[in-house]
Design a protein around this ligand. Sequence first.
Ligand SMILES: CC(C)(COP(=O)(O)OP(=O)(O)OC[C@H]1O[C@@H](n2cnc3c(N)ncnc32)[C@H](O)[C@@H]1OP(=O)(O)O)[C@@H](O)C(=O)NCCC(=O)NCCS
Length: 252
Amino acid sequence: MTPPDAADRSFVQTLRRDLQAVLDRDPAAGGRLEALVCSPGLHALIGHRFAHRLWRSGGVLPARAMSHVVRGLTGIEIHPGARIGAGVFIDHGMGVVIGETSVIGDDCTLYHGVTLGGTSWRKEKRHPTLEDRVVVGAGAKLLGPIRVGADAKVGANSVVVRDVPDGATVVGIPARLAHEVRPVGDPIGGHWRRDPTVGVEDPVMARLRELEAEVRALRGLPPREPDADEEPMVRGGSPPTTDEIRASRRKS
Ligand SMILES: CC(C)(COP(=O)(O)OP(=O)(O)OC[C@H]1O[C@@H](n2cnc3c(N)ncnc32)[C@H](O)[C@@H]1OP(=O)(O)O)[C@@H](O)C(=O)NCCC(=O)NCCS
């Protein structure tokens, strides 16, 4: 579903939501007045709201000129054709580039250095669509007419070139899923996840042990006594005791 265009809603309502987004998502924002006066992201959005209305009513040149002036003032370049929802927060903002056919849903957050860029020189939908509540980390590049699903997160400095599922976190170049997609509102949250390598026997250590046992058997030596500082065979576990090792040898 394409997010609605804020230009179809009340300008004042949208401005209120944009201002509230700064207060909610910028812990450094001192208050309403400070946010209004000192937020380049908010200034860029206000400028864009006007420029986009001009663009839609056919005033292409004044719209482009306005966007150009706002870019000079804020360091944020938003093409007047871009459709941006309400409650969007552009933090810091310097170096943000939002291309002509980009669509940004409600309550999205973009940090400085984000590019919503095109990969085609044709006049077609060539920039990303961000569904509602997407967070795009500093310096991330999202390229082409891709869709970033609702509640997705894009890691700082990632390069995203394909669709991102709803609720996913993607990182890296090219961006890949950082972990399994959790349903929105999952109480596990982003901070405590099971490490899949914990509790799994280290296959390299296991093979080395086997080889060592074979060599000792071929040389007619008794099985090696484990030493106390030996690495655990299972990550997250404790090193095996001598009795445990003897027992496992007896079994094999
Ligand atoms: C991606 C991000 C949203 C974190 O999401 P999360 O769901 O909490 O993910 P985690 O922190 O658990 O990290 C998941 C994995 O991705 C890795 N990762 C996190 N951010 C990454 C990034 N930007 N680039 C590459 N890898 C990253 C972590 O190291 C971890 O790897 P591991 O599983 O091998 O240990 C966050 O790291 C991020 O980049 N936020 C942007 C914030 C920003 O730009 N702030 C600017 C303020 S001025």
